[in-house]
Write a protein that binds this ligand. Sequence first.
Ligand SMILES: *Cc1c(COP(=O)(O)O)cnc(C)c1O
Length: 393
Amino acid sequence: MKDSTRAVHGTAQENRQFRSLSPPLLRASTVVFDDVKSFESRGQALYDGYSYGLYGTPLTRRLEDSIAALESGTRSLLTPSGLAALTLTTMTFARPGSRILMSEAAYPPTRDMARVLMREFGVDTEFYDPCVGPIALLDDSVSLIWVESPGSMTFEVQDLPAIVTAAKAQGVIVAADATWGAMIGCKPLALGADISVQSLSKYPNGHSDVLMGSITVADVAHFRRLKDRSRLMGYGVGGDDVWLCLRGLSTLPIRYVRSAATAGILMDWCADWLGEERILHPSRTGHPGHALFQRDFTSGAGLFSIVIPLELSGRVPEAIAAMRIFQLGASWGGVHSLVATSDPRRQRPGLNWLVEGQVLRIAVGLEDPEDLIADLARFRESLLGPRKKTAEL
Ligand SMILES: *Cc1c(COP(=O)(O)O)cnc(C)c1O
């Protein structure tokens, strides 16, 4: 054997004496076959076997199987991002010439995908108020209903079982963006939805360093349609990211519960200061989603919003700058606590239940609650400024 051959083939033998507790990292483009017959029929391996790295490896299958189990689903498919999962689902199940019904509280890039991309494919989207729901809009021109419950800024919860019952009667698919529930707080497939989508970039990976999504279904026929479409669109995920996500998944339940518990402490503190109507999280009794949350969720995420009174809104940038632990950034579900400003009324003029003011979203990480409250106190002090000091004198 010459060096150039030796360099490629090495001497590595599979070591049957060594079995690691954690899965080995697996990266692959080419998959090799034992004989021409299995090579030439490799297309049949798309759904359950291995034919090419883009279509899956034992490592991606392992993550998909873990997610399917956590979602109470049958099969799961990984995508390069959460948004890719939402787009792939829509492109697979929205018929050209039909309509989609989508919550107007949906993740804004999801709304853009429907409005811009799907329009180009001859699919119209009607946005519905999540407090009212899509049932009255159902007719035979609808092919797909998107539910995002709760919405990730104002946190309205939807009556998913009722939507499913109405949709099934019309043969309409119901898909849920279930990123907030993160497979722990809520399981949409168990509530009857056909499809549950996760942004694994949030809690499931949980360390703000991987972008990935998943689509989980109850019906294997739906999985096959999604897998076919995924192949045609060239979607795939890299082994390193899958490995990181598997590692993240093993601590997902405890991270989720801890983040939610800390959020509860912070919300109580904020409610004492701002008043209950300025705390947006469906676990709060005054929130419009509270009754459905209690019925359909076992826990809420550590992601909520507060509404800063209008007369103080101008001071928010300065007050955020005074914080030392919370950082300013989009996304959530990681170990770091974050704040993000938002203006949900801009795209939702019908948002009439919401009290006036500047919406500030708070993503709670894994830091100690006392340190986070001290940081919120810095925010409050800066926000109230000299006015408060005068009042205290
Ligand atoms: C972040 C997010 C997405 C998109 O996920 P990416 O992995 O960042 O593409 C979709 N839906 C919700 C509710 C999200 O918060």
